[in-house]
Design a protein around this ligand. Structure first.
Ligand code: AP5
Length: 197
């Protein structure tokens, strides 16, 4: 099973990705988590990404595309993966499609978590109080506002992009977490059957 989770900051991508990992035995590939690890480790990528992330801007496409390309090659991704936070714009989606084609892999579905923007600030603020190791540098009202501007301009067009490819499955991200998981499972039931068949 190879999936993409799509949705604005705080929509619940990370939360649902972890549940999909348990449910399907696939790996979670979160560019945000990988970049935060690089920042914490002070690597070259981390140094490039640190200020952009804190401001809520995107890290350059070539950086994240290379990260994902390398990660998909790892043995633990062989059974499948859920991409969380990637792709984030049309060029990244096209790079992913080329990459998968070259590796002989197929995308099964793109799950959109649809939420009202009004809920996102309170979710982000709540998480900021819970995060192990302290709050994220971008979990504040100012950076969230920028992340939303970037989402609307660059990431939201992916909904139509994947709809056109027949891959989009939209679920209600405003529902309680267990209900969101149930809706995702139902949306993926057809893919699971075809993968088994
Ligand atoms: P990234 O780490 O991807 O962050 P994001 O997209 O802004 O998303 P979040 O992690 O904030 O939210 P989420 O949707 O995962 O929600 P969560 O499950 O945590 O990116 C961060 C930065 O890295 C970017 O701004 C950019 O700079 C850089 N970056 C990353 N990828 C990149 C790329 N591909 N290209 C370029 N730059 C890139 O949930 C949030 C909270 O809500 C939690 O407290 C959770 O418990 C709660 N919650 C979840 N679901 C529910 C529910 N159904 N009901 C109630 N509460 C819920």
């Amino acid at each position: 099973m190879r999936l993409i989770l799509l949705g604005p900051p705080g929509a619940g991508k990370g939360t649902q990705a972890q549940r999909l990992v348990e449910r399907y035995g696939i790996v979670q590939l979160s560019t945000g988590d990988m970049l935060r690890e690089a920042v914490a480790a002070g690597t070259e990528i981390g140094l490039k990404a640190k200020d952009l992330m804190a401001r809520g801007e995107l890290v350059p496409d070539e950086v994240v595309v290379q990260i994902i390309s390398d990660r998909i090659e790892q043995p633990d991704a062989r059974l499948g993966f859920v991409l969380d936070g990637f792709p984030r714009n049309i060029p990244q989606a096209e790079a992913l499609e080329t990459m998968l084609e070259q590796k002989g892999l197929r995308l099964d579905a793109v799950v959109e978590l649809r939420v009202d923007e009004g809920i996102l600030l309170s979710r982000i603020e709540k998480r900021a109080g819970e995060t192990v190791g302290g709050p994220r540098a971008d979990d504040n009202a100012e950076a969230l506002a920028k992340r939303l501007v970037v989402y609307r301009a660059q990431t939201a067009p992916l909904v139509e992009h994947f709809e056109g490819k027949g891959l989009l499955r939209t679920v209600d991200g405003m529902a309680p977490m267990d209900e969101v998981s149930r809706q995702i499972e139902a949306a993926l039931a057809a893919e699971t059957l075809s993968a088994r068949g």
